[in-house]
Write a protein that binds this ligand. Structure first.
Ligand SMILES: Nc1ncnc2c1ncn2[C@@H]1O[C@H](COP(=O)(O)OP(=O)(O)OP(=O)(O)O)[C@@H](O)[C@H]1O
Ligand SMILES: [Mg+2]
Length: 355
């Protein structure tokens, strides 16, 4: 084969459909989450018999398919007239008022100007009450007030409320008054195994790329990193980056070198933006950014810089920063000082929005 056969020609691309790698792309199938979808479906099922549905709390670390699996169930429900579906991301709409405005939008109700939250809710309530409805509150822990949950619970007759979060503690810490009304079934999304992760990425590659452009060793390199960080998003990001790198070099194949180059670009990457952190959390993160430290030293440093939280609260903040993948927490055993916990900045910390 001549050198030019191995090169992409002008106007040729390795991508078949680049959009398939977007985080918000809704694939036709959601492998390895069938059991989770069935459980959601079983909570919703009573609505079809004109009874009240069950509520759910879904939790798990970022990038494990919670949103995509839940949305897939909603998408299937759209085939049925008996049940209405409402999805909201509480990161984007973080107050009851904003969510209820979104509900108005759902019904194409536009005369919202100058109306108060209660008044708007009464309008959507009457519409939701015409049949059963499934409400998904994604990233529910970002809600600044919980009024909308109470309203839906108390004023909508036949519904399932599905709450999705990274933090089960959000649910555990809820007011007992609300918890005893919700009586939610709790479901965890566990990290994928390496083989499952490869399965998810392979499925997506069929949509995204011209067949056969990825060499096996390059793919394994990417899958390995995503598995290590337990996050499908990292895998999608690397697939796109490495293919772009190969394409820029006019190659017809994505090689191990391209995958490694993409990995190097990963640099600092976080799933969530820092703007969502409280001032206290931000202060702790800034200290960690300056240096890796033992947890005790970090707490002292934090107090020296005016930090006011007690040690227990401080530990909770550390946990949240870890779960949101801003920092890494590692335990070292033995050594001259016995067991200790090291806090460092995560190797990967880049804004999602840059992708
Ligand atoms: N089983 C799967 N099948 C197909 N795509 C998947 C699967 N799991 C995850 N993905 C893809 O990985 C990305 C992250 O998944 P998703 O947004 O559902 O994660 P999440 O658990 O909701 O994370 P977060 O807690 O950060 O919101 C999405 O682009 C999604 O399409
Ligand atoms: Mg999600």
């Amino acid at each position: 084969m001549g050198v030019f056969d191995e090169m992409l020609k002008e106007g040729e691309s390795l991508f078949k459909n680049e959009i398939a790698l977007d985080f918000s792309f809704q694939p036709k199938v959601v492998p390895y989450r069938e059991a989770h979808q069935k459980q959601i479906a079983s909570c919703v099922k009573p609505l079809f018999a004109e009874r009240n549905g069950k509520n759910m709390l879904i939790y798990g670390k970022p990038g494990l398919g919670k949103t995509v699996a839940t949305k897939h169930v909603l998408w299937e429900l759209e085939n049925y007239d008996e049940v209405d579906t409402f999805y909201v991301n509480c990161w984007q709409k973080n107050s009851s008022y904003k969510i209820i405005l979104e509900m108005c939008e759902h019904f194409d109700y536009r005369l919202t100007h100058n109306k108060k939250t209660d008044e708007l809710f009464r309008i959507v309530r009457d519409r939701f009450n015409k049949k059963g409805a499934v409400f998904v509150f994604d990233e529910v822990d970002k809600l600044e007030d919980l009024d909308v949950l109470y309203m839906v619970l108390e004023e909508i007759y036949r519904k399932s409320i599905v709450m999705v979060t990274n933090y089960k503690s959000w649910y555990d810490d809820l007011d007992t008054r609300l918890k005893s009304r919700l009586i939610a079934e709790v479901m965890e999304f566990q990290p994928y195994t390496f083989e499952e992760l490869k399965g998810v990425l392979r499925e997506r590659m069929q949509y995204a790329f011209v067949e056969g452009i990825w060499s096996e060793d390059a793919f394994n390199e990417v899958a390995q990193k995503a598995a290590e960080l337990e996050d499908v998003r990292i895998g999608l990001y690397l697939l796109k980056e490495a293919t772009t790198i190969a394409e820029d070099k006019s190659q017809r194949k994505v090689t191990l070198d391209d995958a490694r180059e993409a990995l190097a670009k990963l640099g600092h990457y976080t799933i969530h933006e820092e703007s969502c952190l409280s001032d206290d959390e931000k202060q702790i993160l800034d200290l960690v950014k300056a240096d890796q430290m033992k947890i005790g030293e970090l707490f002292k440093d934090y107090q020296d810089h005016g930090g006011k939280s007690a040690y227990k609260t401080f530990q909770r903040r550390i946990k949240k920063l870890e779960q949101s993948k801003f920092i890494s927490v590692s335990k070292t055993e033995g050594g001259s000082e016995g067991n200790t916990t090291l806090i460092g900045l995560r190797e990967v910390t880049k804004k999602l929005t840059e992708f």
